[in-house]
Design a protein around this ligand. Structure first.
Ligand SMILES: CC(C)(COP(=O)(O)OP(=O)(O)OC[C@H]1O[C@@H](n2cnc3c(N)ncnc32)[C@H](O)[C@@H]1OP(=O)(O)O)[C@@H](O)C(=O)NCCC(=O)NCCS
Length: 142
């Protein structure tokens, strides 16, 4: 978490936020190893993670990250594909996420079928006080 989210964006959760989220019904997470093995773990080495929460037939991807030293090797693709497949198997029909405007993650999300459906103006507050829009993205599963 600490490595994955640049501090200036203030997107990282603290330990308490994560542990509280994991206690809530409907929270799901996955870890990915540098070798591309995906699952809840335990794993000796972790290169990235996802955390989501579902309600009825919808799921929101809350956190998604690959550690900087393991980026651009396809791990983001692999973890996102697993997330979508896992949601499909759990009967989810609509997946959502919020993304900082101009985050390069948008290219990855688009490649997996996510589409922008809304803007939350000035949603993120950066460490320098600037505000950045959030783009809400949706993937409808057939
Ligand atoms: C977004 C993130 C998860 C991508 O992880 P990754 O392991 O590098 O992803 P992949 O190697 O599978 O690449 C996926 C595709 O996304 C695009 N992409 C990823 N990072 C990119 C960048 N910095 N610039 C341009 N395109 C990028 C590319 O199309 C890439 O495919 P390619 O390498 O074949 O060109 C990672 O950069 C990350 O953790 N970022 C910080 C946390 C974050 O912003 N998470 C999303 C919150 S909404």
């Amino acid at each position: 978490m600490a490595q994955a989210f640049p501090p200036e964006f203030g997107e990282a959760w603290n330990r308490r936020q994560v542990s509280d989220a994991l206690l809530l019904a409907g929270t799901h997470y996955a870890l990915i190893t540098p070798g591309g093995i995906v699952g809840p773990g335990p794993h000796d080495d972790v290169a990235g993670f996802s955390l989501s929460r579902g309600l009825f037939d919808e799921e929101e991807l809350l956190l998604f990250a690959i550690a900087p030293s393991w980026r651009r090797r396809g791990l983001g693709h692999a973890l996102l594909a697993l997330f979508i497949d896992d949601c499909r198997q759990r009967g989810k029909k609509r997946l959502f996420l919020e993304m900082r405007r101009n985050n390069s993650a948008g290219i990855l999300y688009a490649a997996h079928g996510f589409r922008p459906i809304g803007i939350r103006p000035r949603y993120y507050r950066m460490s320098n006080g600037d505000r950045v829009d959030a783009i809400t993205q949706e993937l409808v599963i057939d």
